[in-house]
Design a protein around this ligand. Structure first.
Ligand code: SF4
Length: 313
């Protein structure tokens, strides 16, 4: 019997999806290369995946919408996708980090997926995430390009739906030596431009931290209880102060010189910009993207001006 493909709209523990004998498919991962320009929209990410799901350009057997957590647009566009007939489950993270609530959500998710059939997948994914941590460290000390590191880390949301293939992909990356001049933390949601990391690098900005993809590799667990304990620390679903405290430690550890806050048109995370600027004591550039494709010229100019400003410090 073919393995069921489960669409996910944001971080949903892939350990559990694989352990239930199904394969996750992060519907966001097709957007940056999609070149789709959706009319009548708020955030392009949710508008495009909703349209692709409804038109069956993305084919999934079921959908898990993260309804309580990091994205409010996904809640509405997820319901629109569900109305097209896709069996849909709504998944909630606890705002207060309560692990008992998280555990109940994981049990409900497991029931929706038909129950745990392959518990060995938990350990397999734990090993892969350790590999992800190593790659992240290599990128941070200039042994891996930020573009390559980003592409791998962002794929940890669904591990490309193929654990063996993903493992091969992570083990074939070759070490290089990069002169790290300006160490940059990229915070906020990931850029919708597929070439953003390469563009930043070509302009002398080396991204040593990707906030959201880092969440994908730092949570895990080999039982529902362990996962509940761990995933309730998913920073994007928690109060801002919790997320900022985490960011402060991470940015200091990575010795960053500056921060780029990427925001997306019509995304509520834009409202966090003034707080990030107030609480994070680093030179900060805020940029806003809208439609997928190449990094626009205007943003390239702003990145260049930011690099020049860092050079003068
Ligand atoms: S950019 Fe914002 S609104 Fe769009 S999918 Fe991400 S969190 Fe949701």
């Amino acid at each position: 019997m073919p393995v069921k493909k489960i669409g996910i709209t944001a971080l949903v523990p892939p350990e559990l999806i694989f352990a239930c004998g199904t394969e996750p498919f992060d519907v966001n991962n097709v957007i940056p290369a999609s070149r789709k320009y959706q009319g009548n929209k708020l955030c392009a990410w949710t508008a495009i995946w909703k349209e692709m799901l409804v038109k069956k350009e993305i084919k999934v057997d079921s959908l898990i919408v993260v309804a309580g957590g990091d994205c409010h647009n996904a809640l509405v566009d997820g319901q629109k996708a569900a109305m097209s007939g896709i069996p849909t489950h709504f998944f909630f993270y606890p705002f207060d980090g309560g692990s008992a609530y998280m555990e109940s959500q994981l049990h409900r998710l497991s029931d929706f997926l038909g129950g745990i059939k392959y518990p060995e997948k938990f350990k397999e994914i734990r090993e892969l995430k350790k590999q992800g941590q190593i790659l992240d460290k290599k990128r941070c000390c200039g042994k891996l390009s930020s573009g390559e590191a980003f592409r791998i880390l962002i794929s940890f949301s669904d591990l490309a739906g193929d654990l063996a293939g993903f493992s091969r992909m992570t083990s074939t990356l070759e070490e290089i030596n990069i002169d790290l001049m300006n160490r940059i933390a990229l915070i906020g949601v990931p850029p919708i431009y597929h070439d953003f990391h390469e563009v930043a690098h070509s302009l002398g900005l080396h991204i040593v931290f990707d906030e959201l993809p880092y969440e994908f590799i730092r949570h895990g667990g080999t039982t529902i209880q362990e996962m509940a304990h761990d995933y309730c620390g998913y920073t994007f679903a928690r109060p801002l102060e919790f997320r900022i405290d985490f960011l402060k430690k991470e940015l200091e550890m990575r010795k960053v010189d500056g921060v780029i806050h990427y925001t997306q048109f019509a995304c509520h995370h834009m409202l966090e910009d003034e707080i990030m600027r107030e609480k994070l004591d680093y030179p900060m550039l805020t940029i806003q993207g809208d439609l997928p494709g190449n990094t626009p010229q205007q943003i390239k100019l702003r990145l260049e001006a930011f690099r020049e400003m860092l050079d003068r410090l």
